[in-house]
Design a protein around this ligand. Structure first.
Ligand code: NAD
Length: 509
């Protein structure tokens, strides 16, 4: 235990409908949780050992038979009630997000609202689980497909959306009849736990949703336990790949969403002031800690690049950086000190590699919060393939301008990059926009929309090394991921139509 955390509260787990400290009790491993605005450790989080995770899996397994057989309309009603409770507790939940993640409160409310929309979509379970039916596929034979639950399902989530990403997963999984064990980020554990309490209040039976805080030990237990039938993961690409290969090798269905390096393209005919406003939010919102953030902008032609840089520089000068719980601020701190240092090291590398640092945010000072992890918005010009700030996901408020000659050149760069999460084009030319959306090798594409995050009734997912697996997250793909199709073919022979043995393959010829 870190000295500075000795007197602070411990965030535990949520197992079988109640708070749990973990099988290791007071001996359990813990880790400090920091307030990024002040740099102070405000809590410590229990890191679940194997036995604790196994007790959560056992609770989920025990709850499964009754929950699987609960009519979907009753499962769905829990989601309707949860939506109301989340709305009623929005300020409290947003404050918890900000206190551990650092993002400004308005942004925390935004992520909660997006999460609530997933709960709302899950409340349509009766429609989503109707299945498909065909009468008379043969004489007197009917056939139908139904979507059955998998059993115990696990979710492993990142720090940057501690509320929204878990709500992408477990509400859909449980309305489909599964039970769930969630392992949130150990850096931002509290808001997720609070929502688990609200789910119980909404009528979710104990054991249907369990939350274990922890690290690799907890994750590896979930990935290797045969009672866990599927795992959804969202986080960085190296871990996503590990989760996918380990989970699959252990016979599980896995979807693992990874990191990103999203490009915007600004065409010479774009509405530049509008593109600049859009890019400001997309690059610096949430301190750049979004998998759909825009860290690279390919400007077509030098005149476009010069106009975009002038516009961005003027807007950056107006931005306010400070604690996320002060509504006057546009951007809060980065999440942790190691991450803060990593982002700063990318800025140094960018300068050494020859990119031009037009705006340097490293000198930002927030009075009274000298130990907070603040970094002002940074803007690079002349970013080129091969530079570390081009190749890597920085996950900070660092925007790079690439000078490209043609749309095709920009598209070739995007397609050659290892990631393919999101992208967008700013243009007034419908033909160019259609060519871009049709051909670009990226999973989520915007036209004059900088963050094309699909709404809850579509599905979210990138291409290339931004997603391992076949199905995207939430929406219609979420229903498919959390269910197994079973197809039943049925005949009730009457005395008049009894047939003898048939040895040829049945067909309707
Ligand atoms: P991370 O990969 O470090 O952690 C994600 C989860 O994996 C956490 O719960 C963590 O405890 C666990 N984990 C970490 N190391 C592990 C290991 N060695 N073995 C097993 N489990 C491990 O990601 P992060 O820093 O929390 O989140 C930021 C990353 O998430 C960024 O790369 C971002 O792009 C990505 N992200 C992607 C999406 C998406 O939809 N594609 C959405 C949000 C965030």
């Amino acid at each position: 235990m870190n000295d500075s955390t000795k007197q602070v509260a411990t965030v535990g787990h949520w197992i079988n409908g109640e708070a749990a400290t973990g099988a290791g009790g007071v001996q359990a491993r813990t880790q400090p949780v920091y307030d990024p605005a002040t740099g102070r450790a405000t809590k410590q989080v229990s890191l679940a050992d194997k036995a604790t995770v196994e007790s959560a899996i056992a609770a989920a397994q025990a709850a499964y038979p009754a929950w699987r057989n609960t009519p979907p309309i009753k499962r769905a009603r829990v989601m309707s009630k949860l939506k109301t409770l989340l709305e009623e507790h929005a300020d409290e939940i947003a404050a918890l997000i900000t206190s551990e993640n650092g993002k400004v409160l308005a942004d925390a409310h935004g992520e909660l609202q997006r999460g609530i929309e997933n709960v709302e979509y899950a409340s349509y379970a009766t429609e989503l689980l109707k299945g498909e039916h065909s009468r008379n596929v043969g004489p007197g034979i009917d056939s139908w497909s139904e979507f059955q639950a998998l059993g115990v399902v696990a979710g492993i989530t990142p720090f940057n959306f501690p509320v929204m990403v878990p709500l992408w997963m477990w509400p859909m999984a449980v309305v489909c009849g599964n039970t769930f064990v969630l392992k949130p980020s150990e850096r931002t554990p509290s808001s997720t736990l609070r929502i688990a309490q609200l789910a119980l209040e909404a009528g979710l039976p104990p054991g249907v949703l369990n939350v274990v805080n922890g690290d690799k030990e907890a994750v590896d237990t979930l990935l290797t336990d045969p009672r866990v039938k599927a795992a959804s993961f969202v986080g960085s690409t190296p871990i996503a790949e590990y989760i996918y290969t380990t989970g699959c090798a252990n016979g599980k269905r896995v979807q693992a969403l990874g990191g990103a390096k999203n490009f915007a393209v600004v065409m010479p005919d774009a509405d530049i002031p509008n593109a600049v406003s859009a890019l400001m939010g997309a690059a610096y919102g949430s301190c750049g800690e979004r998998c759909m953030a825009i860290p690279l902008v390919a400007c077509i032609g030098d005149a476009t690049a010069d106009a975009v840089i002038a516009g961005l520089s003027a807007e950056i000068a107006k931005m306010k950086v400070g604690p996320g719980n002060d509504n006057g601020n546009d951007m809060g701190p980065l999440v942790t000190k190691p991450h803060f240092e990593k982002v700063r090291s990318f800025i140094e590398a960018g300068e050494k590699e020859g990119a031009k640092l037009v705006v340097d945010g490293r000198n930002v000072k927030v009075a009274g919060h000298e130990e907070g992890y603040y970094l002002g918005p940074c803007l690079f010009d002349n970013v080129k393939p091969g530079m570390s700030i081009y190749q890597n996901e920085i996950f900070g408020p660092v925007l790079g301008i690439i000078r490209a000659k043609t749309l095709q050149e920009a598209m070739d760069m995007i397609d050659a990059h290892e990631y393919g999460n999101g992208t967008c084009v700013f243009t007034r030319d419908g033909e160019a926009a259609r060519y871009f959306t049709d051909h670009i090798q990226v999973g989520m594409v915007g036209v004059n929309v900088p963050l094309p995050v699909p709404v809850a009734y579509h599905s979210f997912g990138g291409w290339k090394r931004s997603l391992f697996g076949d199905l995207h997250a939430y929406g219609p793909d979420g229903v498919r991921f959390y269910t197994k199709r079973k197809t039943i073919t049925q005949r009730w022979p009457s005395a008049g139509v009894r047939e003898g043995a048939v040895f040829s393959f049945p067909s309707s010829r």
